[in-house]
Design a protein around this ligand. Structure first.
Ligand code: FES
Length: 190
């Protein structure tokens, strides 16, 4: 199965959630201590798939279609779990502040995948629901909801602040790369 096929399958059927639940360190993040001394994203870091048979391979513009997302790490920096990001491809016309549009390319926008409540790994869903009748990000632990079109602001649940955005761009090979560090501290801030 190619990357696009994996993205379609995993996100439309919820297999990402099942895989995440099966992999230690992806699902059991609640209350996890931050990794001291590990590297943060830097401009030019390629984002690579965090899960599945494509793990470690670069995420490209063609890896997913609109209203899909994948979990990824900056290449070589997966030892710092705070680097886990949800790379979403959304309708560019719907993206608005507080999303930093300078850090978005062709509808591809990345946010920390670490919930700001207690640190669980968040998930993407294109299924509309009452509080989010559009593709959204949710946390399976205590039902926090975030709007990826508007800076991952909190729509509901106990999360105290948005998911920090990681600015991205495409390199000359069409690969999604970081264009800086996270816009705010990742995860639980005490
Ligand atoms: S850890 Fe995400 S809502 Fe509690």
């Amino acid at each position: 199965m190619d990357r696009r096929g994996f993205a379609n399958l995993s996100l439309k059927t919820g297999i990402v959630a099942a895989i995440a639940a099966a992999i230690p360190g992806i699902a059991t993040l609640r209350g996890r201590a931050k990794t001291a001394g590990s590297k943060s994203p830097e401009p030019g870091d390629r984002l690579v798939f965090a899960l599945g048979q494509n793990a470690g391979q670069p995420v490209t513009e063609g890896s997913f279609t609109q209203n899909e997302a994948v979990l990824a790490f900056p290449e070589g920096k997966s030892d710092n779990h705070d680097n886990l990001v949800l790379v979403c491809r959304l309708n560019p016309a719907l993206l608005a502040a507080p999303t930093s549009l300078d850090g978005v390319v062709r509808g591809v926008v990345a946010y920390s995948a670490i919930c700001t409540h207690l640190g669980c790994t968040v998930r993407f869903s294109e299924e509309p629901m009452d509080m989010a009748p559009f593709p959204h990000i949710h946390c399976p632990c205590h039902a926090a909801l975030f709007d990826p079109h508007r800076g991952a602001v909190v729509l509901g649940g106990p999360a105290p602040r948005p998911l920090p955005q990681l600015p991205v761009r495409l390199n000359e090979r069409g690969e999604v790369v970081a264009d800086g560090n996270f816009a705010a501290p990742v995860g639980v801030v005490t």
